[in-house]
Design a protein around this ligand. Structure first.
Ligand code: GRG
Length: 298
């Protein structure tokens, strides 16, 4: 059950995130086809989970969101969208549909889709470098986003994923893969909120713990959904990962153990919230965001 506080939070910030993305993306590329292809995927209607996490942390630390903080929150959505465009390519997952619409390469061709992803990736760093926030914060955020999205984070996870497809790997290796491929960007989104709101070291450590646990839970949840009927309701093809020989939690350890792993990860995130609450952090929305995983752990 989604709490009233979370509903109010999303109702307030999803339109602001969409507006910021729309305004900043207009004319962002000086090539009309590229701009159209970039906007196509960003506008395709995602949940905006990652920017919401950043802004939830800013509010949790008692700050009122500024336009600069909103711009930083939106930059992570550009990286996320680029990763989905590239993940859908024939050379990777070869998907025809994303968020219920033709994937970028189906709409614009493979060449433009690759370049639209490239454009979104670099634009994210322009937005960080440009954001009206203190310069020292910009440098920290640029570094942290590069680490989370790059060859020590998301890209490394994706390489682990594609290079191990078809071969069964250990649970520990799968967990490390998930933490990098999906978890590192989600953890970055949480920690970025802490940077923006001036979290102290103890708060930042717990935010990192919350973000990493949230990110791992998110990917296990996705693995579980892939095996269930509700996958089709979300525009996924049930069993596609399995059919392709992908390593997923249910495939490696069975559905019950996968659900237990999900519950464990959500518990780690909840415990982080409880500890943050002792450090003057209002964790209402951060806790409520964990309701995303409700109903999948029984
Ligand atoms: C191509 C370098 C490169 C990386 C791709 C994250 C990723 C790495 C690929 C996505 C693969 C995938 C579908 C993973 C499942 C979890 C996930 C990230 C789902 C999509 O995120 P949502 O649900 O999407 O936040 P929306 O549409 O709501 O934005």
């Amino acid at each position: 059950m989604i709490s009233a506080r979370l509903q109010t939070f999303e109702k307030k910030y999803v339109p602001q995130i969409n507006q910021c993305l729309d305004t900043e993306l207009t004319g962002a590329a000086n090539q009309p086809l590229l701009n159209q292809a970039m906007q196509y995927s960003v506008d395709a209607g995602g949940k905006r989970l990652r920017p919401l996490l950043t802004l939830a942390v800013v509010e949790a630390l008692g700050q009122t969101v500024t336009p600069g903080q909103l711009q930083v929150a939106c930059a992570v959505e550009l990286i996320h969208t680029y990763s989905l465009i590239h993940d859908d390519l024939p050379a990777m997952d070869n998907d025809d549909l994303r968020r219920g619409k033709p994937t970028n390469h189906k709409q614009f061709g493979e060449d433009i889709a690759i370049l639209a992803g490239d454009g979104l990736q670099t634009l994210a760093f322009e937005w960080l470098a440009d954001a009206p926030i203190p310069a020292a914060m910009r440098i920290v955020l640029v570094k942290q986003l590069a680490v989370a999205a790059g060859p020590r984070g998301m890209v490394a996870g994706q390489v682990e994923d594609v290079s191990t497809t078809g071969t069964k790997i250990s649970m520990l290796r799968l967990q490390a893969l998930h933490r990098r491929k999906t978890g590192s960007l989600i953890a970055y989104a949480v920690v970025a909120g802490g940077v923006l709101a001036g979290a102290n070291a103890a708060q930042q450590q717990l935010l990192q713990q919350y973000g990493a646990a949230f990110g791992l839970a998110f990917q296990i949840y996705d693995d579980i959904l892939d095996e269930t009927a509700s996958a089709s309701e979300l525009g996924k093809t049930p069993g596609k990962d399995d059919a392709e020989g992908k390593n997923t939690y249910p495939r490696l350890v069975g559905m019950d153990a996968a659900k237990k792993a999900l519950t464990d990860s959500v518990q780690v995130a909840k415990r982080s919230c409880q500890q943050l609450a002792h450090l003057d952090v209002d964790v209402t929305v951060l806790e409520a965001l964990l309701s995303y995983f409700d109903g999948s752990q029984e």
